[in-house]
Design a protein around this ligand. Structure first.
Ligand code: SF4
Length: 371
């Protein structure tokens, strides 16, 4: 049986032109060519056995815990957020996300006046593509396919290590305020100046580490947007980073960094970050909702030794105290994720696996804790 125009859950492009074939055991991606989606569909194994009574085991851990931390990764569907907030409330937990950079940069891009888009939805071919930061291929496997031919002429790539200096150079060159520039900056500035339209892709992780660079990038984008038809887009690090941000904000008023105490929420995004909480606050349980393997290595190292409960579609590659297997939106569950341009994409369920929805598992945990 073939499915046409299925939307893909595995990165924030959420391509909706996937052709899949079910071979009786696995989904096989027929087209388009995408290494990430091919591997993810091939490896999908809804029958991997988990522990026999994971909910009871998790309840025991949470009932014992004085101070849990709940960590929501950006790879989950939006429907999960409210249940995660309810669990945080029931356990007086910290509630944080693995990354909140993309939302901040995305809203800053919009404030700079640039239009939002995905490459596939650009109303017309653009003259130039500017990439700020690391190679987008890691987070968006089909990025270079969308860019198409003539990459050398079409793409200006500002690498992570010199974003600030390069963007400052482009701005000064554009205003005629400095006379000597490197050949690269001169070439890039002239191509951008000649282009009638373009799109800037800002790699959230690369820019967020440097506040000066972010300010410079936003000023430059504002100047670009004032002059020509330019689009701006953030490259999030996981498939629904923007959707989880939006869901958190609508459920709590905040998108990250909070603690629940007797019906009140205290918000302190600077202090309540995963690493700081693990280091300076006495945690005795960690609940991860979403793909734990997606977390950066330095966070995984900090987590070592903590009692962990993980709710995720795929079995984590590292040792955890309890793993509750959940369905994956777009394969064996329905769910909503936000595309790069902020458009909500409904992911359909293709097969029944019998796994319990994360929302339902979280509701069972809350019931166990209240009893
Ligand atoms: S580029 Fe992303 S959304 Fe598109 S098929 Fe590959 S993994 Fe899926």
């Amino acid at each position: 049986m073939n499915f046409l125009s299925v939307a893909c859950p595995f990165c924030s492009l959420h391509c909706d032109d996937l052709h899949l074939h079910y071979d009786g055991g696995h989904w096989v991606l027929i087209s388009p060519t995408c290494p990430l989606a091919t591997r993810k569909y091939k490896d999908w194994d809804p029958i991997t056995a988990g522990p026999s009574n994971p909910v009871q085991e998790a309840v025991k851990i949470l009932n014992k815990a004085q101070q849990p931390l709940i960590l929501l990764t950006g790879s989950m569907e939006q429907e999960v957020v409210l249940s995660a907030v309810n669990l945080a409330r029931a356990t007086s937990a910290y509630l944080v996300r693995d990354s909140s950079y993309a939302e901040n940069i995305s809203s800053a891009i919009q404030k700079a006046g640039l239009l939002s888009c995905t490459l596939a939805d650009l109303p017309e071919p653009t003259d130039q593509v500017v990439i700020l930061g690391d190679d987008p291929h890691g987070t968006l496997p089909r990025f270079w396919e969308f860019v198409g031919n003539n990459k050398k002429e079409k793409v200006v790539w500002v690498q992570t290590q010199n974003i600030f200096e390069s963007i400052q150079g482009l701005r000064l060159q554009n205003k005629g305020l400095k006379t000597s520039f490197s050949k690269e900056i001169e070439g890039a500035a002239s191509r951008i100046a000649k282009a009638n339209s373009g799109v800037v892709f800002a790699n959230a992780g690369s820019i967020s580490e440097n506040e000066n660079a972010l300010t410079e990038v936003l000023l430059w984008m504002k100047e670009l947007g004032d002059l020509k038809k330019w689009y701006g887009q953030v490259l999030p690090s996981s498939s629904n980073e923007l959707g989880i941000s939006q869901g958190m904000r609508s459920a709590t008023g905040y998108s990250d960094g909070m603690i629940f105490r007797k019906r009140k929420i205290y918000h302190d995004p600077r202090s309540f970050q995963i690493e700081k909480i693990i280091e300076y606050h006495e945690l005795d349980a960690l609940v991860i909702i979403g793909d734990a393997d997606h977390l950066p290595r330095h966070i995984l190292q900090k987590m070592e030794g903590l009692t962990t409960v993980i709710l995720s579609p795929e079995k984590p590659s590292f040792q955890t105290d309890v793993w509750l297997p959940c369905p994956r939106a777009g394969i064996d569950a329905q769910g909503t994720m936000l595309r790069l341009d902020g458009i909500p994409i409904k992911l359909e369920s293709l097969v029944r696996s019998g796994r319990t929805l994360i929302q339902n598992s979280l509701a069972q945990l809350i019931q166990g804790i209240i009893k």
